[in-house]
Design a protein around this ligand. Structure first.
Ligand code: TXA
Ligand code: MG
Length: 365
């Protein structure tokens, strides 16, 4: 981290700002870049100096490995092998086939694959693990950047460790504005939650979801024609199958404490606290419905006058739209005067609703 930086510059993505980003990256600096999921804090994989700067700027513990971002001309397992980042030796023919199917279907896009690494991948990037997390992002700005740079970029989400991921250049400024030189502005992220992380068992090809995210689990199952397993179903104690170390329980969290309501709002307008504990002001995150109506119902039923409501997807029933707005809404509620934050419970097991349920669980106390 450079102590001399006073304030980051936000530059709209165009030819000249991309060249500037390339120059900084080649100079072992870190740059915030847009992806379709969330903004990333990028540094070249080839420089341990750059990777150290990523960990420092984020205050990220060194045991939490990074995701490597690559650009492939025609995404396939064979093309990925040309990057020389993946060691195919431990992979059975079936594991290769499954990996190839996933790459062809979901890259470029919000799917990260955990694969055996070669010695070209620094131990800093993988926190000393024998595997590497790789994805090919879909955002046109970052794809152009990777093409010009012609080398892979490590990029974790561009937030301070444990905090809400940024989905706009302004969010990155809020998180890291005093720590990095350049933020490339590629607009608001279209997906809004991080990539789905999948580890394919090197021997039997069984896919395990380590983090739900931008690719729906059922789409992965449809692609492979079989059920995927959860991280909790992974065989224990196998060195080749490390549990995702970054999947800490408390993550994606606002500064204010966030609690989850027991029941969806429309079923139950009961206050979640007793009269004695009545707060002065609350912030409420709801999925669907009308903001003003929800606000007045809460004021009436909870007996709180200062109520801040964010509805993620109005009356659409669209969980993808809800995911796109999730982190922005949490940030906005965090910035209000509310002394308590409450979120509706999410019981979805499909689509982007499943990723929302995961993030809210980790963001809450
Ligand atoms: O959408 C995304 O994936 C975004 C954008 C910027 O690409 N990136 C992102 O990175 O969410 P980050 O660092 O916030 O989360 C990466 C997570 C780590 O916390 C860790 O759990 C998992 O990826 N990971 C990385 N390498 C791994 C490995 N070798 N084995 C298991 N999990 C790994
Ligand atoms: Mg993150």
């Amino acid at each position: 981290m450079s102590g001399s930086i006073k304030k980051s510059r936000i530059l709209i993505a165009n030819d000249s700002s991309l060249l500037e980003a390339v120059k900084l990256l080649r100079n072992q600096q870190v740059v915030a870049i847009p992806t379709e999921t969330v903004y990333g804090l990028a540094g070249v994989l080839s420089s341990d100096t750059a990777l150290t700067k990523i960990f420092e700027a984020k205050e990220r513990p060194s045991f939490d490995p990074l995701i490597v971002h690559v650009e492939l001309e025609k995404p396939s397992f064979a093309e990925l092998m040309k990057t020389k980042l993946v060691d195919a030796d431990p992979l059975s023919d079936h594991a290769v086939k499954v990996t190839d199917q996933l790459i062809r279907k979901f890259w470029p896009g919000p799917l990260t694959l955990i694969l055996p690494k070669t010695e070209n991948v620094s131990d800093l990037a993988t926190s000393g693990m024998p595997t590497v997390a790789i994805r090919m992002p879909a955002h046109p700005v970052t794809r152009s950047l990777l093409k010009v740079l012609n080398e892979p970029l490590c990029a974790p989400s561009a937030n301070r460790f444990g905090r809400i991921s940024p989905t706009s250049a302004k969010d990155v400024m809020e998180e890291l504005g005093d720590r990095i030189e350049l933020i490339v502005d590629g607009g608001d992220c279209t997906i809004g939650v991080e990539s789905t992380i999948v580890m394919v068992d090197p021997e039997n090809g069984t896919p395990y979801v380590l983090r739900p995210g931008g690719v729906a689990i059922e789409d992965i199952e449809a692609c492979l024609g079989k059920k995927v397993k959860k991280q909790t179903e992974m065989p224990k104690g196998e060195e080749s199958m490390p549990i995702a170390p970054g999947m800490l329980k408390s993550h994606y969290a606002p500064e204010k404490t966030l609690q989850i309501l027991k029941k969806p709002l429309n079923d139950n307008w009961e206050p979640p606290f007793s009269v004695a504990e009545l707060p002065q002001s609350v912030g409420v995150l709801a999925f669907f419905g009308n903001e003003d109506e929800i606000k007045s119902k809460i004021q009436k039923n909870w007996g709180v006058s200062d109520v801040h409501v964010r509805v993620l997807a109005q009356n659409t029933g669209d969980w993808s739209l809800a995911a796109k707005n999730l982190f922005k809404a949490l940030r906005e509620l965090d910035a209000t005067h509310a002394t308590q934050l409450w979120a509706e419970p999410c019981f979805e097991t499909q689509g982007l609703g499943y990723a929302i349920a995961d993030r809210l669980k980790r963001a809450s106390i």
